[in-house]
Design a protein around this ligand. Structure first.
Ligand code: ZN
Ligand code: ZN
Length: 100
């Protein structure tokens, strides 16, 4: 499915249109569901797996997860928590990285 988070085909961070990657907001076992519900964003190499990339920046990662949950809940009647296994909206970043 097309992204429900982002319309433009450009890096989410720097708006570059060169060498874009599709980043699944929820990876690992939730990668398929991310695809199914359009919870993906486009990122250039640097902002994807580079040193400033989302895969190395937990706060950036968390913010996109919160946004993805909001967008999901705007258009789906299904339970986000049931599908993705947790709630990202009720917690702060500090609580999140402490594993609460
Ligand atoms: Zn970029
Ligand atoms: Zn990624």
């Amino acid at each position: 499915m097309k992204s429900i988070i982002q319309k433009n085909n450009e890096c989410w961070v720097c708006k570059s249109t060169y060498g874009l990657h599709t980043h699944h907001v929820f990876g690992a076992s939730n990668k398929k569901a991310s695809d199914k519900y359009g919870l993906t964003i486009k990122l250039c190499l640097m902002h994807h797996t580079g040193s400033e990339g989302i895969h190395f920046d937990r706060e950036f990662d968390f913010v996109t997860k919160q946004l993805a949950q909001e967008k999901f809940e705007e258009i789906n009647y299904e339970s986000f928590i049931k599908i993705f296994g947790r709630n990202y909206l009720g917690v702060t970043f500090t609580e999140y990285i402490r594993g609460r």
